[in-house]
Write a protein that binds this ligand. Sequence first.
Ligand code: PLP
Length: 419
Amino acid sequence: MKDLFDKIYKDKGPLGKWAAQAEGYFVFPKLEGPISNRMKFQGKDVITWSVNDYLGLANNAEVRKVDADAAAQYGSAYPMGARMMSGHTSLHEQLQDELAAFVQKEAAYLLNFGYQGMVSTVDALVAKDDIIVYDVDAHACIIDGVRLHMGKRFTYKHNDIESIEKNLQRATKLAEQTGGGILLISEGVFGMRGEQGRLKEIVALKEKYNFRLFVDDAHGFGTLGATGAGAGEEQGVQDGIDVYFATFAKSMASTGAFIAADQEIIDYLKYNLRSQMFAKSLQMQLVVGALKRLDMLRTMPELREKLWENVNALQNGLKDRGFDIGTTQSCVTPVYLKGSIPEAMALVKDLRENHGIFCSIVVYPVIPKGLILLRLIPTASHTLQDVEETLDAFSAIRERLENGTYKRLSAGVQASMEA
Ligand SMILES: Cc1ncc(COP(=O)(O)O)c(C=O)c1O
């Protein structure tokens, strides 16, 4: 009989197999120093374009003080237990009420982590007879929620209205046989390429099809819309979103998340979300910290204005210099270049070592073979000087990519990969 671990000894998985070449540098890098526009990587100063601290709150002095005072008052244990049992407080309720009002919904419920919360919200919303229709590029937490579903699910082509409609037709036919309903899941902003989910068109389809819409707005919350309420507000269809989700891990620069919907739906979910019923409540320090951050989102539109000043300077600057930034409609700024994985590695090394620019790199199989995606996340803490330095660095690396410098530098790596 096989040892369970045999497969692990043989195969480290699609990402793990790169560990020897990538760990500590391309994956699991250690960014050091206070979270800000400039941090340290391997002892060198780098402009940081890889942290989702959109509004620059992570190291804001007032936020840090509220966090520290809350930690002093409550410690990290309080409250002990799951919400339903012994982990419920008035401040949890207050935060829920304020979040619901901020995203223009009747009620909200806190989640101790976005990922688990999302998984079990999908799980709680559907029964065996129901059908899920979702975007093929959905975030892993949506996919994992769908995995728990005992009934049928259909994926539609990424953000493709024709494909959405075709799948709604299939789902409608099937639902008529099973006697179930339809849940459509989209993201508000797709975090890799930055496109907004086509919420306006999806909501318009409610005229023709009977479905409920669940939106993961992790990247839209706090960054999009007149008040920061996210992609639904930006597209004028917040009311058409039946269940809204956002995490505290991006604009709020913290940990935790929430869902918001009509009161009756939240009343149901709070009794049926397994990841919250059987796990510890969001700790008080995070609740108090979230109240402070939410207050800043509400009362300091200048944070969002500064963020967008930087986003526009970076995205327009890249476009003016002829870079392909795809179809982003959000702060997420992808830069697409052509090259092999070894070339991409040499290029990123050059960016970090010689230009002091730290951004994330995405290659095949996440994107098609031969493409390199450099992903930049502008924040309110960046300066226009950061943007200028970055644009110059990108022009320099493009020249070296095109004149074959990275190909020469990576010839050894290329040979070892082919061996
Ligand atoms: C689109 C999206 N959904 C959900 C999550 C998970 O949220 P959390 O980090 O709170 O678990 C993330 C990542 O933070 C995300 O990018």
